[in-house]
Design a protein around this ligand. Structure first.
Ligand code: OAD
Length: 245
């Protein structure tokens, strides 16, 4: 494993442009449940009841109760060594983009700046009628479901199943995947597209692709290096190879 870590470190040192895709696994060591692991959210709840526009239309209160519960869990969580290591790697890389599927905001809290929150952010809420979004960190929310001053329902400013990503965010993510020299995919099962296409696009454009995950995933067969283990252990080790003189 140490030689694999050193090899990825060498690639990062030589890279001008680095793109990183993270998923729920990067926040697992902060105590936030993932979706598809044993005991994960999608083993306890059905996405079609809680994370679709139809579910919100049917029962906005139920959907908000679930998001309010997740906001409470996330509010108690802190960034872990994986988040911190990624923030440091950004500082020493000329061109860098951190593309996350996570809505927990922990990358920014760890100091990452070039962050693209592909699926939105749980701390932002949006008016159904006006489309305008604002930050809201009230935990727990007092009135469920919350309403805008205009009287319309407010919804979490996140991407639900069946909804497109913001076209600007998607274009930026794909451009970074096409241009990077090294692409890291961290803590994602790579089930959900378009995010899961990013490592494939990077590979097809000549990037060195490394995966950090305790288990093999959908994309393991195509990556150049699979670092099998926890992000909070492996990323700090990679970082230490970069900062050694
Ligand atoms: P998943 O729950 O599908 O996958 C989490 C991945 O993290 C798994 O492959 C785990 O093996 C891995 N993992 C667990 N602990 C880890 C650790 N300590 N270090 C590194 N990896 C670890 O979550 P995502 O791939 O993020 O979308 O799911 C993608 C999307 O599906 C989510 O953004 C969400 C979900 O439905 C929407 O809600 C739209």
């Amino acid at each position: 494993m140490d030689s694999l870590i050193r090899a990825v470190g060498e690639r990062l040192k030589a890279a001008t442009s680095v793109a990183v895709l993270t998923g729920a696994g990067v926040s697992a060591e902060s105590g936030i449940p993932t979706f598809r692991d044993p005991g994960g959210l999608w083993q306890q709840y059905r996405p079609e009841d809680l994370a679709t526009p139809e579910a919100f239309h049917r029962d906005p209160r139920l959907v908000w109760e679930w998001y309010d519960w997740r906001r409470q869990k996330i509010a108690q969580a802190s960034p872990n060594p994986a988040h911190h290591a990624l923030a440091q790697i950004e500082r020493i890389t000329p061109q860098f983009l951190l593309i996350t599927q996570n809505i927990d905001g922990l990358h920014r809290l760890a100091g990452s700046q070039r962050v693209l929150e592909l699926h939105g952010c749980i701390w932002w809420i949006r008016c159904q009628a006006e489309g305008t979004a604002h930050e809201n960190r009230e935990v727990p929310l007092t009135d469920l479901p919350p309403r805008c001053d205009c009287g319309s329902l407010l919804r979490p400013d996140v991407v639900w199943f069946g909804e497109p990503l913001s076209s600007g965010a998607q274009a930026q993510a794909f451009a970074a995947a096409e241009e990077c020299d090294v692409f890291l995919t961290v803590g994602t099962s790579a089930f959900v597209h378009p995010a899961a296409s990013l490592p494939i696009v990077a590979k097809n454009h000549g990037a060195f692709v490394a995966e950090i995950n305790p288990v093999p995933t959908q994309i393991t067969p195509l990556v150049d290096s699979h670092l099998q283990g926890q992000a909070g252990v492996i990323l700090p080790k990679i970082l230490s190879t970069l900062t050694k003189t």
